[in-house]
Design a protein around this ligand. Structure first.
Ligand code: GTP
Ligand code: MG
Length: 461
């Protein structure tokens, strides 16, 4: 346990609010706050009931002046966020009050906490594993209900439980193999090649299953990049505005109005979208517009979903046919726009260029038909073989990379096994895979990695 120093930080967001919280954690948390606290009773805080709330004032010991009226939350270790003694001081939520209280706590012997240090202590004190610590960041940064759901699942330890089980199975196998290497003369039951291969297969299948959740997991966590593309004047910016329900992009009847890309965030079905309006695609001599068109094409090629807006009031143009051709193999939605004024184009005209995730007649002007997008997003994230929100899910790029590395090591082990290579090689790879999996949960602790990870937290967490 980190008993040497007691840390403190403001836990609430900067600015004005109902309450402000200063969090203090460490062996000296209780005596340190006690020296500043004046309540009705003279009983020291250490002797007051654990997990109680104490009402009183914080007084500057130097001037004898009351700084604020507060509530103290007393949480003795190990049953606290950090697994150390913790006191949370709740004061009125003004920036000056909060800063003044923190100053007092620091001058009585606490050290200012580094970003993420409270959670880091929870990890180092063994209360949570790394995936749970990362889930805390993900909960704070969740961009929609779906991302929150995944993060909360991870905080439950579902992912860690899976990984620990996989590691245990690997270790059992490694141990049995090592015995045969180390004591060949002993009469220990030999592990057969077939046995090792048979035990690796389900482990690898589980890992593949987890990796299959990664695409959905990442989309949920990071949001879905959705590019709106089409020829000039099709109504792309109007669609962007309709989806955002605000006049974000400039709309005019002059083709080539949007020249640069415009990005905005929105959530649909609890999933966050990064919506990108682009310049209408056409051949142009205008240098600025030309750059915009190039940029539009780049965004389209990088997007998770492409929304192609077709001007439904006139026949399909050559430009539009070209754009549709480029969408082969992509998750694309074709919106035949301006349904409120005309229907020169129908879904049948579009079908030959498909298949598309959806083709729908819409009106960006009155919002008709736009709900199709929600279905497509849901299908993209939760459809297919992988069901979201069930059991463990990989959403963090660090976890995904480590899982891929571990799986590659096991694949190699299995190949070597089948090629009849020495058991030594096989054990080495299995051991590395075991360690790599341990990096996900933090069980095989590497200090630099841990420091890097916690530095991503905000102060007071
Ligand atoms: N009637 C009708 N007009 C629309 C609709 N959507 C867009 N328009 C009109 O079409 C014209 C072009 O709309 P924009 O949204 O600027 O088109 P854009 O695709 O962004 O065009 P560029 O930025 O030039 O590429 C404007 O005059 C809009 O009012 C619609 O659903 N119905
Ligand atoms: Mg536009």
């Amino acid at each position: 346990m980190f008993t040497e120093d007691t840390i403190a930080a403001i836990a609430t967001a900067p600015g004005v609010g109902g309450v402000g919280i200063i969090r203090v954690s460490g062996a000296k948390a209780f005596p340190l706050v006690d020296a500043l606290f004046a309540g009705k009773s003279a009983v020291p805080l250490t002797e007051r009931p654990n997990r109680s709330i104490q009402y009183g004032r914080i007084v500057d010991p130097k001037t004898g002046r009351t700084v604020d009226e507060v509530l103290l939350l007393l949480m003795k270790g190990p049953h606290s966020y950090t697994a150390e003694d913790v006191i949370e001081i709740q004061c009125h939520g003004g920036p000056v009050v909060v800063r003044e209280l923190l100053r007092l706590v620091l001058s009585s012997g606490a050290r200012l906490a580094e970003p993420g240090e409270f959670t880091k202590r929870a990890f180092l004190n063994g209360r949570i594993d790394l995936t749970q610590a990362e889930a805390v960041i993900d909960i704070i940064e969740a961009n929609g209900e779906a991302a929150l759901g995944v993060a909360v699942g991870q905080l439950d330890g579902t992912l860690a439980t899976w990984i620990r089980r996989l590691r245990e199975e690997l270790l059992t196998m490694v141990a049995r193999l090592e015995v045969t290497i180390d004591y060949p003369e002993e009469d220990i039951e030999e592990v057969t090649t077939a046995e090792v291969a048979a035990s690796l297969t389900p482990i690898m299948a589980d890992m593949q299953h987890l990796l299959a959740t990664a695409k959905s997991g990442r989309m949920v966590r990071e949001g879905i990049t959705t590019a709106i593309v089409g020829r000039p004047n099709a109504g792309k910016s109007s669609l962007m505005n309709a989806l955002l329900r605000e006049n974000r992009a400039i709309v005019t009847d002059i083709p080539g109005t949007t020249r640069d890309t415009i990005e905005e965030g929105m959530t649909i079905e609890g999933i966050s979208l990064r919506l990108i309006d682009t310049a209408g695609i056409r051949d142009t001599e205008d240098i600025v517009e030309k750059l915009g068109v190039e940029r539009a094409k780049e965004y389209v090629s990088a997007a998770d979903i492409v929304i192609c807006v077709i001007d439904g009031s006139t026949a399909l143009s050559e430009e539009e046919k070209d754009i549709l051709e480029t969408l082969k193999g992509r998750t694309a939605v074709v919106f035949i726009n301006k349904a409120d004024i005309a229907t020169a184009i129908t879904a049948e005209d579009i079908a030959p260029y498909g298949p598309f995730a959806a083709v729908a007649a819409i009106s960006a002007a009155n919002g008709e038909g736009l709900d199709v997008l929600g279905h497509v997003v849901k299908e993209l994230v939760y459809g297919g073989e992988v069901q979201g929100d069930r059991g463990a899910m990989l959403s963090n790029i660090r976890h995904i990379n480590l899982m891929e590395t571990a799986l590659a090591l096991l694949t190699q082990a299995k190949e070597n096994l089948e090629a009849g290579l020495s058991v030594d090689f096989i054990v080495t790879d299995m051991r590395s895979a075991w360690e790599t999996l341990g990096d996900i949960t933090g069980d095989s602790l590497r200090e630099s990695m841990v420091d890097e990870l916690f530095s991503r937290f905000c102060l007071g967490k």
